[in-house]
Design a protein around this ligand. Sequence first.
Ligand code: ARG
Length: 575
Amino acid sequence: MLAFREQISNILSTLTGLDAAEAASYLEIPPEPGMGEYSFPCYLLARQLRKAPQAIASELAAKIEPDRYLGKAISEGPYLNFYVDRLHLFKQLIPEIVRMGTAYGKEEKRHDETIVVDYSAPNIAKPFGVGHLRSTVIGNALCRLYIALGYHVMGINHLGDWGTQFGKLIVAYRRWGESSKLEKDPVHYLYQLYVLFHREAEKEPDLDEEARQWFRKLEMNDKEAMEIWERFRGLSLEEFKRIYNFLGIKFDSFQGESFYNHLLEDTINLAVGKGLARESDGALLADLEPHGMPPCLLRKKDGAALYITRDLAAAIYRHEQYHFQKLVYVVGAEQTLHFKQLFKIIELLGYTWSKHCVHVPFGLIHFKDGRMSTREGNVIFLEDVLNRAIEMAHRIIQEKNPDLHDKEEAARMVGLGAVIFGDLINDRIKDIEFDWDKVLDFSGETAPYVQYAHARICSILRKAGQDGNAVAPETDDSLLLSETGFLSDPEEEQLLITMARFKEQIRRSAADYRPSHMARYLVDLARDFNKFYHNCPVLNAPESLRKNRFLLIEGVRIVIKNGLDLLGIEAPEEM
Ligand code: ARG
C-alpha cells in the first residue's frame, strides 16, 4: 500500500505542481471503508487556484487515468478519493508477505542512523513496580519499530543506581539487615528495608542525617559504603534481568546513573564556562527563568550532584559515543519539566543536537486498589502481576481448550501478552486503570483477542495442509480473474485492505511514538478477519476461491504475528 501511496503522490504532484512528498503528507485515510484507500483534501489548493474545492476535486478526477494499480479516482465533495485495484494489490502483496515471512514489515536495507532509546530505568533498592512496566513495554516496542524501519538502535537502561536513597539503605542494612535474606530475595528485601527506614526515621529523625552521611561516604568512594552499594546493585540487577528475560527484552547497555559520576565535574565546569550556571548559597544553579522555567540545581551545597546533572553528562556522553540521530527518553509525564530543563540546558550549551532529544511521556497506571507508592508500602510488584496474568490465562485456556497439548506455553504467551497489550493499546499519555477482566477478555481489545485470531488461522491452515492444500506463495493469475468472484465480498476486500496497511502503521507508530497505533491496528485486523471468516467459507469454499482465500489468511497470519512481535508479544499457534 506504500507503493500505492507513492503512486498517488506522484500523480498529484504532476497534476497540481505540489512536491510529491508534500502531496503525500496531505493524503488522508478515509474514516469509513468504501470511500477509497486514500483521499486528498482539495480545499488545500482552493486559495492558490482560486477555485471551489469541489470544482478542483472533480477536475482532477476527470484528468486521472486508472491503471493497473489505481482502480479509480472519484471526487466526493471537496475530496478526491483514490481506490486501489484489489486484484492487483493482492497479487503484489501476498507473494511478498509469504516470501518474507517473519521478516515481512522489516526494511531490507539498514541505514546507518542510530536512535538511542532510554527506557525502563528502574531504581535499584526500590522495587520494579508496575509503574516501570509502562516505560519498559513502550520503550521496547519503540526499539522494535525503529529496528523494523532499518535504524540502528541502542536501548539503554539508565538504572537508578545512585542517589541519596542509597544512604538510607546502607543505614537500614547496617542496623537491621541480614545478609542471607538479602541474598535470597534482594529486590523485595531491599524494599522492606527502604520502608522500614522511613518508618523508623519518623520516630528518630537523626536517621536522616546518618543516611546523608553515608551517601556522602559513598560519593567519596568509602570502601565499606562502596561494597554494600555494589552488592545491592549487583543482586538487584540480576533480578531485574530475570524479569527482562521473562519478558523477552534485551538492553544494549545498563549504564545507569552511577556510570556518569566520573564525568560530572567536567559537565559542571562546562556549564560554568559557558556562563550558564551560577553560585547561589554555595550551590550551583542554572538560571532558566529567562526561558520560562524554574531554575535548576546542578550541584548541591554539600557538593552532591543531582539527577539532572547525571542526565546532562549522560546525554553528552551518548552523543559522543553513538552520534545518535535521535535520543528518545521514555519516562513518565511527571518528569516533563525535568526533560524540558535538560533539553534547554543542552541547547544553551551550544549543542545543536538538542533538537534531536525527545521526551516520550506517559500517564500513570493504577490498579483499582489505588495509586502505587514506594513510600507507604502498598506497592505492586511487576513480577507478581505477570505471574498472576499467566495463572489467569491458564485457567481460561483450561476451560476453553481442555485438550490443548502445551497449556503452560500458551498461558505464558497469552498472560504476558495480555499485560503488555493492556498497557500498549492505551494512548500512552492517558492514565490507565489496570483491570484484570478487561485485559484478559478474549473478545475485547486485547492480546488474547488478537492472538486467538492468529491461532484460528493456524488451525485452518493446518487442516488445509492435511487435505493436501498447503499454501504456495505464488498467486495464480488464472485464479485471480474477476469472474471467480474473489475479492468481491466486502469482508474479503476489507480484510485485504486492512492487511495491506501494515507497513504504513509501522511508520505511523514510530513517527508518533505511539505503539498504541499498532495495537489498535492489530485489533482491527483481527476483527476484520473474524468478520471475513464469519461470512466467507474458506475450507469449504468453491475450488476457484479456496486457494486465494488460503493465501489471503496466510498473509493475515503473518501480519498479525509480526505485528505482535513489534510490540514484544508472542503468538501461540494453538490456544
Ligand atoms: N530512574 C528514573 C525513575 O524511575 C527514570 C530514569 C529515566 N531516564 C533518564 N535518563 N532520566 O524515575
